[in-house]
Design a protein around this ligand. Structure first.
Ligand code: AHZ
Length: 333
């Protein structure tokens, strides 16, 4: 598409010079609508579009505001307290519980996709509604997501209502940073030998890269990654697929678990209890939750019911706080 060619007379004054001049010259001129020339609410815009104008800007200000913020976040979260890998229904539920309980912890979420939410924007076979078996409705109550009570389960009218509410709550916590479009492409390890296994390690952070870079390691060489140190990583990357089950597959290749059990066929009756109950620290420093766990344990899949993802997140947060002090002390050594 070619850029728009129309020429119009800008209502804003011409901008010359650098940022400092700009700030001086264009100090505080905001949308000039409403009775006193200043809009106070959106309602003041009504029938005032002729006099409407945005506050002044120079492109570099936007660029600097954005990058300054991002690099500050990178700096702050280079040492995180907990990293959650994957912002699907389980990862976001974990983040919600952790951030609610521990506002003192710095929680980084690393999500490979541009859009967080994983498989929770729709129900089964791309249908809209999300089904959660009781007692997972208690998590919906915490979030304030409305649902219809259907006896043993509840129906949220659109999966996106659950996911957008959860995402919005998570992002509002001041101690949470979401790095999306960013892939965890390896794990940081420290030696933690045991009597049974002298080569055992503890997970002590994640190795990251832009997802688009990660996808091109086969055709572009030498694109080294970045890192985030953390005493505890919670992996919720979903079942096996192009990006899924990342951390547990890496545990096998680094010989920290012998092999994967492989996700089994669909059985809602057993799958959901199994995933919630077995959400745990699989190796020191790495908690696994959600469908990634089905690949470790050889658990069944549950298909289009989402209660286990939410409650696996609740359990993952509890497990994390149980081991937090110990892992944090080890990390400081
Ligand atoms: O993009 C992935 C998705 O958003 C992200 N992810 C995967 N690998 C990653 C990596 N670095 C960063 N290396 C990564 N992010 O992880 C998220 C996983 O979300 P999901 O919705 O796939 O997993 P979940 O365990 O939260 O929920 C599973 C939902 C399913 S699948 C299923 C079935 O087939 O039976 N049933 C349910 C409820």
């Amino acid at each position: 598409m070619s850029p728009p060619a129309a020429i119009f007379e800008s209502p804003a004054p011409a901008v010359l010079g650098n940022d400092v001049d700009l700030k001086k010259n264009l100090a505080v001129k905001v949308a000039s609508v409403g009775p006193d020339g200043q809009a106070k609410t959106v309602a003041d815009f009504e029938k005032n579009w002729e006099s409407f104008t945005f506050a002044p800007i120079r492109e570099s200000q936007v660029s600097r505001a954005m990058t300054r913020r991002y690099f500050k976040d990178l700096d702050t979260y280079a040492e995180s307290d907990i990293v959650i890998v994957g912002a699907g229904s389980c990862g976001l539920s974990t983040a919600f519980m952790l951030a609610s309980k521990r506002p003192d912890l710095k929680i980084a979420i690393v999500e490979a996709g541009v859009a967080p939410g994983g498989g929770a924007w729709l129900g089964g076979q791309l249908f809209s509604a999300m089904i959660m078996r009781k007692p997972a409705h208690l998590f919906l109550n915490e979030l304030g997501v409305p649902y219809e009570d259907d006896g043993d389960w509840v129906t949220v009218k659109h999966a996106a209502l659950f996911t957008s509410t959860l995402l919005s709550k998570v992002l509002q916590f001041p101690n949470v940073k979401l790095f999306n479009a960013t892939t965890v492409e390896d794990l940081i390890t420290r030696p933690a030998p045991t009597r049974e296994d002298p080569n055992a390690v503890r997970i002590a952070g994640v190795v990251t890269n832009w997802t688009l870079v990660s996808m091109h390691h086969d055709d572009q060489s030498c694109m080294d990654p970045n890192t985030i140190n953390a005493p505890l990583v919670i992996s919720t990357t979903g079942h096996d697929g192009p990006f899924g089950a990342f951390s547990v597959k890496r545990l096998v290749s680094m010989q920290q678990i012998e092999k994967l059990g492989g996700m089994r066929g669909l059985d809602m009756r057993t799958a959901e209890d199994a995933i919630v109950k077995r959400t745990r620290e699989v190796v020191p420093g790495l908690i696994v939750g959600g469908m990634e766990l089905s690949e470790v344990d050889g658990a069944n899949r549950m298909g289009p019911t989402f209660g286990a993802m939410a409650l696996s997140g609740v359990k993952a947060a509890e497990e994390a706080l149980n081991v937090w002090d110990e892992r944090n002390a080890q990390n400081a050594e």
